[in-house]
Each structure stands twice: as C-alpha cells, then as structure tokens.
Design a protein around this ligand. Structure first.
Ligand code: FAD
Length: 460
C-alpha cells in the first residue's frame, strides 16, 4: 500500500479506489472518451466531512487535485494524472421544500435526478439539455437550458451554496453570507473550493410544449433567416436553439432523410400551451420534414436529446457568443455544417436574451449576458486515428466565426485550456470579470489548490 493509500485508509471514511482496485478503470472513465488520465487515488465521498478529509489529505500530500461532479467536462478537468480525484458521484440526493420553492442538491446529482425530484412537486429550475450532465459543473460555469429565457441560467437560480475551501473549512455563500463568493460561483467554475451543497430557487413548471423540427439543409438559408427574425420577437416563455446536424437513425426520422445533413430547431415553451402553439406557427409554416413539438412533461423534454450524447465517444467542443444571426454567420454555419466530417458532430446556436440578458454584465461571473446567441461547435467521433481531422475541422469553423462574434466565450463549451497559459480563460471572461475573479481566488484559494478547472490565477 502506498503512503497516500495508507493515509486515506486511516482518515477518509468514503471509498478510496487505487490503480490496483478492480473498479479503477470504471471510476476513472468520464464522458469524453479522449480523456485517459490515471490518478493515484479516486476518493469517492459520501458526506461533506469526507470532502473535507480528502481535501486536507491531498493538500498535505502535495498532489494535484481534481473534482468530479457529473463527469461531463469535455477537456477532462474532473480527472488528473498522478493526483487525487475527489469524486462526488455517490452524493446525488436532491430534496425539495415545495413551500419555500427551494431545491437542495448534493454535488454529484445529475439533471435527471434533479428534474425528477422537483417535477414531483410541479416545480423546476433551469438545467442542461442532456440529463446525464452534472448539476455541479454546469451550474458553476453558467448553465444554458430550456427554461433560461423565462427563469435565467442555472447559476441565476443558485441562491446559496456551501463550499469546502482549500483550508478545509466550510463556508456558506448566499445573499446574506459571503455574497461576493456567491457572485463567483455563478459562472466562475470550481475555482474557489468544492461546493458540497447547492440550493436553487424553483418555479412552477409542469407540462411544456417541446420538441424538434428538421428542415432540409438546402433550405437552410431561408430557414435560419426566418428563425433569426422569429426568435428576436419571442416571449420569454420560449427558449429555442437552431442547429446543423446529421439526421439520426431514430424511429421518428423517416428513412429517406437518415444520414442527411439537416437544419434542426429544438426548444421549449413553458407558458400557456395554446399560446405556445400559436407562437410556433411561423416555424411550422416553413414546412419542416418532421415536426415533433408537442405537450410533454418537462423532464421528458430534458431527456429528449440524451441519445445524441452517449458517454465514451471522442469529443471536442468550442463555443462563442454572437450578437445576431447575421447572414454572414448563417453562411459560415451552413457551409461548414455541410462538410462536418462526422455524422455525430453538430453546430448548435442557443438563443439567449430574455431573463438571461436582463442580468447585468457584472452581476454574476457569467460572461455572455449581452449575447443574442451562444454557439457550440460539437465534434464527436470514434476513431482515435481521426482526432486531428475532427479537431482541425472544428478549429476552422471557430476561426471563421471569430470575426462575427462578440468578445468572450462560455467556459463550459471550451475544450482548449492552453495548458499553463491562462490567456484562453482570461479571454473567455474578459478583463473586468477576470480581475474580480482573481481577487476572489486570492481570498479563497491563494495557493491555487483548485486548479483542475478553467483556472483563475490568484491576484498578486
Ligand atoms: C453531453 C453534454 C451536454 C452538455 N449540455 C450542456 C447544456 O445543455 N448547457 C450547458 O450550459 N452546458 C452543457 N454542457 C457543458 C457542461 O456544462 C460542462 O461540461 C460542465 O462542466 C459539466 O459539469 P459536470 O459536473 O458534469 O462535470 P465534471 O467533469 O464533473 O466537472 C466539470 C468542472 O466542474 C468542477 N466541479 C465539479 N463539481 C464541482 C463541485 N462540487 N465543486 C467545485 N467544482 C466542481 C470540476 O472540477 C471541473 O472543473 C454539456 C456537456 C456535455 C458533455
């Protein structure tokens, strides 16, 4: 037994998994199959006390430390080589206080578990578009989802949190206690400590009008222009995205279009259902190849796209913010979308605004308040020999979109972290937000123990 394993055996009450353990390979696998890190020890926690013990043991051993919530970090920030992974996946309980409309989530919860718990009370708050993603990482980076234009980003619904700091203390962040820390947790990622408890405000949401339409790529100019004009007028109840993708071999897709590139529109209407049907009418008049929009329970919409994001494939994401769906941007998206070298890749255009855009640029650490769209260039493939081809195709689109984009980018869609240089992270936040985050980092983690993330360097 190594000294590290012995120290954990003596002082850590959770499950410690070392490379000799049969569970090791399963425990070090995360969503992105390109990540093949080999930690010295994976510390599966059951309680906040376990998290504190694991932080202290890792810090005292002088080893790298990574934190795993839902394990969906595309750059693989929740695994590390040779260090300790503090794995929160056993801490998944979500409890709901329907009277106060508050949900309390443990840090290993996924959106599937969160939505099931809140839906039991006819309540919800904004979560990710794929239900297997972790509540923790998605919220701490911002959190784009189907309720965002009505109820804000996931992080806007975060009203309090408990955080285990580098010193092994637990601090509470809320509007009353350490409000500056709550500010940083709303977009600043896992830089300030390990969140052991998330508290979210909830809203009445039950049946929504949700679904997907597919249009022929040949008609893409007309459809995306009409989508942009339509989206610009939408009430807050509508959160929509457009995409270029390959029609998947799903039962609801007619055989003759499977495998063809298409323009998709997916979304959610969380208001009156008749009004929602009227709002969708202009899209329907564009004559989609398929139209699956229908009333459904909100958790069903949250799982609608899960089949498109299975774990273990090879992935590279890159994102940005756009001020509008301009003709030039549509041209780039359609041209590159038509040439995407994998049928699993896609270009997503998330429509922002509404409640997201009404939060002030400096009121949280999320950098995209002024954007009309957040785009995500998602490359997914299976063969490691093709890594270069897919990553360079993705970077080509990103380079073409850069001049049509606003400053900054969404850290949760950022695969490149540029190693030791944090210029990419600084650019993603912009100088003003980054400067404030660096001061907060100096206060809560001056030694940069928590650096397996989109890292903010402590201010001098
Ligand atoms: C399939 C897929 C779908 C996605 N869909 C969306 C979407 O709809 N909307 C959106 O906004 N984003 C989306 N994303 C991006 C997603 O928000 C990020 O990948 C996010 O970091 C995932 O969080 P996680 O907890 O699953 O990841 P993890 O890999 O566990 O963690 C990600 C980062 O958060 C840190 N972290 C995790 N838990 C804690 C904690 N308790 N305290 C402190 N730090 C912690 C980790 O150290 C790491 O740096 C998607 C990603 C994938 C792969």
């Amino acid at each position: 037994m190594t000294a590290l394993a012995a120290a954990f055996a003596a002082r850590f009450a959770g499950v410690a998994i070392t490379p000799q353990d049969d569970r090791y390979d399963q425990a070090r696998a995360i969503w992105n199959g390109t990540v093949d890190a080999r930690p010295a020890l994976i510390a599966r926690c059951r309680t906040a006390q376990d998290i504190i013990a694991a932080v202290i043991l890792t810090r005292d051993a002088g080893l790298p430390l990574a934190v795993r919530g839902g394990g969906h970090s595309v750059p693989g920030l929740s695994m590390c080589d040779g260090g300790v992974v503090i794995d929160l996946s056993l801490m998944r309980t979500v409890t709901v206080d329907p009277r106060r409309r508050i949900a309390v989530a443990e840090p290993g919860a996924t959106w599937a578990g969160y939505d099931a718990a809140t839906a039991a009370h006819g309540l919800a708050s904004t979560g990710g578009l794929i239900s297997t993603t972790g509540v923790a990482g998605l919220t701490l980076g911002g959190g784009i989802g189907w309720l965002q234009r009505k109820h804000g980003l996931a992080c806007d619904n975060l009203v309090a949190a408990e955080v285990v700091t580098a010193g092994g203390a637990t601090v509470r962040a809320s509007s009353q206690e350490n409000p500056h820390l709550l500010w940083g947790l709303r977009g600043g990622g896992g830089n300030f400590g390990i969140v052991s408890r998330f508290e979210f405000s909830l809203h009445p949401v039950s049946t929504v009008l949700g679904g997907l339409m597919l249009f022929p790529l040949d008609d893409g100019q007309r459809v995306l222009r009409a989508f942009g004009d339509w989206a610009a007028q939408l009430p807050d109840e509508a959160s929509m995205m457009a995409a270029v993708l390959t029609a998947p071999p799903e039962p609801f897709v007619p055989a003759e279009i499977v495998g063809h590139k298409v323009v998709g529109v997916a979304g959610c209407w969380c208001g009156d259902l008749d009004q929602g049907a009227a709002v969708l009418e202009p899209l329907r008049s564009l004559k989609p190849l398929i139209d699956m929009f229908s009333p459904m329970p909100y958790p069903a919409l949250q799982q609608m796209l899960d089949g498109a994001a299975p774990p273990g494939l090879r992935n590279y994401f890159r994102g940005g913010y756009a001020p509008e769906l301009s003709d030039d941007l549509i041209d780039v998206v359609l041209e590159h979308g038509a040439r995407m070298p994998s049928p699993m890749s896609a270009i997503d255009l998330h429509h922002m605004g509404g409640a997201v855009g009404r939060v002030g640029a400096g009121d949280t650490a999320f950098s995209g308040r002024a954007a009309a769209y957040t785009y995500n260039l998602r490359s997914t493939w299976t063969d490691p020999a093709e890594d270069g081809q897919h990553i360079s195709a993705n970077r080509d689109v990103a380079a073409q979109l850069a001049p049509l984009s606003q400053d900054g980018s969404y850290v949760n869609f950022l695969t490149d972290t540029a190693g030791n240089s944090n210029a990419v992270v600084r650019a993603a936040y912009g100088d003003a937000l980054y400067g404030r985050l660096a001061c907060l980092k100096r206060e809560f983690d001056p030694g940069n123990l928590f650096r397996a993330n989109h890292n903010i360097r402590p201010a001098h």
